[in-house]
Every structure is written in structure tokens, then in C-alpha cells.
Write a protein that binds this ligand. Structure first.
Ligand SMILES: *Cc1c(COP(=O)(O)O)cnc(C)c1O
Length: 361
């Protein structure tokens, strides 16, 4: 028996495009007459290599990735990269970190185990409702790289510009806004993301890194943490997360067929506008982030008090929505409206919010 699908506002793992799920279901027992599911294939088989290469080519096409960048499929999620980045890229023992939320704080703490980490901006004083302007950044000359988190999943803030880092490559955690809009990959030394928010399912992470940053072999770090080795082996030094890569390929095809990242951005802006425009007309709900750096992906707000927050979450379930409870560090409500969330889902949420406000103010 099939139950009606809910509008799932989870921050991650998150809702997936229905056509992708349908495709997975239709290919589950017998992928393209191979007589087996993708899960059961050797990663060296021709059937699987076709999936793998198509996925890589599609990512390159959809994100318009220049030829001098390597695309790596990795396990261990974005968090694994918090350690892998300093091990590979902290060439002179120094790196600068811009701390705009919980994940960038964790990544800076991890990097500090391996070298001299300078916090170029720390947003904890305002509970991370703000993205620093260029003037607020204190970046050192000659630092190996500058790390940023492009979209702060927990707090609902997003960078709207690429900072000037005095020539140092930018390393960007794009776990929660990759594929949500076009970006210029060449502005970054490295981009990384876990797949389970906007790209597919858990188990696979993506690293897009400029070749010259990883061209030398390092023999003093764990082999699966060395970008050079992973790149030389085309992400198959060991078994890659085969099924997650397959789902990523289907998500990319879905985006590509819809018209690519420009179309994605338009849809995402339309959805976010619907929600933020309503939030701006009412005093009942309060948004967490500063107006000029609000995230298109994670919308955070609170009701007048904690009891109403809890009641909101409870009643939203009855209205066909789920996972709207905010992260404990912000409280309130968080609506994650990634690529796969339809406009109809956001409209359902706004209608519910209006009704809830009318009943409780
Ligand atoms: C979810 C998230 C992470 C952590 O990802 P894992 O895959 O669980 O390691 C890191 N950074 C950002 C911005 C995230 O949204």
C-alpha cells in the first residue's frame, strides 16, 4: 500500500525529485538488462563505468567545471574533508578560516590540529545571523588557503559574493547549496559537498579541486585522505560509493533536462521569495538571519515563544509536512527548500503559517 508523500523539509538527508525515485525503482531489480541492480555491480564492470563516467561528465557540464579541475567522489561526507583539507592544502602550515556557523567552526577546529589556523571572522557573537562584508574580514597575507562555508545550513545564511582573499585559494563547503544556482568554479581553489542535501543520497561526497593544488604526492598522510592518489586513480583507489554516485547521476540528469542551474536558481528564488515575503509582512514570526544574507535553501524563523514553536511543528505534520523543527542551536522552525522541494510544498507551508498565525496571535 502506498501512503501519500509528505512535503519533507529535512535539512539532510533531504527530499529527492520524484522522477529520480521512480527511475531508481524501475531500475532496481534489473538495470538496463544487466540482470542485476546497480548495488550488485562490480565497480570495474562496463555497466558501472558507464554510470560513473556519465555522472562525472554531467557534473562537469551542469556546473561548467573548467578542465584544470579534478572531480573526486569521496566517502566520509563533508566532515571527512574538514580533516583532509588541511592535510593536503595547508602547504606552508597556515590557513585562514571564516567562521559563519556550526560547520565552519568545526572545520576550523579540525584544521587547528594540523597547523596555524587564523580565524579571519567569527560570527558566534551574533549567533551566526550575519555573513561578513569584505571590510569585516581579517585575512593574512600568504596564508595557504581561506576556508568558507557557502551556505550555513543550521542558521540559514548564505554568501552572496566571493570574498577577496589576497590571492589565496578559496576552499568552500557547499554541502547545502551546491547545484542551487550557477557559480564560477574558477573563483575557488576547491569546492566540496556531501551529496545528501542537494545532490542525492548519503554516502558520497564531491570534491572539485584545482589540479595544481594537489599535484604533489604526500606519503605521510592516510592513503584515502590524499587527493593526489584519489585523483590519479579516478576515485577508484578502493570501491567508491557506487549506488550514491548512480543516484547523483540521476539527479544531475533531472537538473540538466530541466534547463540547468539557471533554471534551478530561478525556481529556488521564487520559492524563497514566497516564504520570505510572507515572513516580512508579519511580526508573529521572526527570521533569524540578516535580511541581506538570507539563504535560498534553509529558511530559519521562530514563533513568539517556544511552546508555539513546538505546537507549530506538531500541527504542521497533520497538514502534510515534516521535519520543520529548527536545529537546537537556533530553536524555532527551519524549512529546508532544496532543489527537489516543489513550489507547491512552499505554498502549503505559507498557507499553514498564515492559518497558524491567525489562530494563535
Ligand atoms: C551537512 C553539512 C555538513 C556535514 O556533512 P556530512 O556529510 O554529514 O559530513 C558540513 N557542512 C555543511 C554546510 C553541511 O550542511
Amino acid at each position: 500500500m502506498t501512503q501519500k508523500r509528505v512535503f519533507n523539509f529535512s535539512a539532510g538527508p533531504s527530499t529527492l525529485p520524484v522522477p529520480v525515485l521512480e527511475k531508481v525503482a524501475s531500475q532496481m531489480l534489473n538495470y538496463k538488462d544487466s540482470g542485476m541492480s546497480v548495488m550488485e555491480m562490480s565497480h570495474r564492470s562496463s555497466s558501472y563505468l558507464e554510470i560513473f563516467n556519465e555522472t562525472k561528465d554531467l557534473l562537469k557540464k551542469v556546473m561548467n567545471i573548467p578542465d584544470n579541475y579534478k572531480i573526486l567522489f569521496i566517502q566520509g561526507g563533508a566532515t571527512q574533508q574538514f580533516s583532509t583539507i588541511p592535510l593536503n592544502l595547508m602547504k606552508n602550515g597556515k590557513a585562514d578560516y571564516i567562521v559563519t556557523g556550526a560547520f565552519s567552526k568545526k572545520s576550523a577546529q579540525e584544521a587547528a590540529k594540523f597547523g596555524d589556523v587564523h580565524i579571519a571572522y567569527n560570527g558566534s557573537d551574533n549567533n551566526f545571523k550575519h555573513i561578513p562584508t569584505q571590510d569585516e574580514l581579517d585575512i593574512r597575507e600568504g596564508t595557504s588557503y581561506v576556508h568558507i562555508c557557502a551556505n550555513n545550513t543550521i542558521f540559514g545564511t548564505e554568501w552572496k559574493y566571493v570574498p577577496d582573499t589576497k590571492g589565496a585559494p578559496i576552499v568552500a563547503d557547499m554541502s547545502s547549496n551546491i547545484l542551487s544556482k550557477p557559480i564560477n568554479v574558477a573563483d575557488y581553489g576547491m569546492i566540496y559537498a556531501g551529496a545528501q542535501k542537494n545532490m542525492g543520497i548519503a554516502g558520497c561526497g564531491i570534491v572539485i579541486v584545482r589540479e595544481d593544488l594537489i599535484n604533489e604526492h604526500k606519503d605521510n598522510i592516510p592513503v584515502l585522505m590524499e587527493y593526489n592518489t584519489i585523483a590519479e586513480n579516478d576515485s577508484m583507489y578502493n570501491t567508491p560509493p557506487t549506488f550514491s554516485i548512480y543516484v547523483l547521476g540521476l539527479v544531475l540528469k533531472w537538473i540538466d533536462e530541466m534547463g540547468g542551474l539557471e533554471v534551478m536558481q530561478k525556481k529556488n528564488e521564487e520559492k524563497a521569495k514566497l516564504l520570505y515575503d510572507y515572513l516580512d509582512t508579519t511580526d508573529f514570526y521572526k527570521t533569524h538571519s540578516d535580511k541581506d544574507n538570507r539563504s535560498l535553501m534553509n529558511v530559519t524563523f521562530t514563533c513568539p515563544n517556544k511552546d508555539l514553536d513546538a505546537q507549530f511543528v506538531k500541527e504542521s505534520v497533520i497538514a502534510g509536512m515534516t521535519n520543520l523543527k529548527g536545529h537546537r542551536s537556533v530553536g524555532g522552525i527551519r524549512a529546508s527548500i532544496y532543489n527537489a522541494m516543489p513550489l507547491e510544498g512552499v505554498q502549503t507551508l505559507v498557507d499553514f503559517m498564515k492559518k497558524f498565525e491567525a489562530e494563535n496571535k
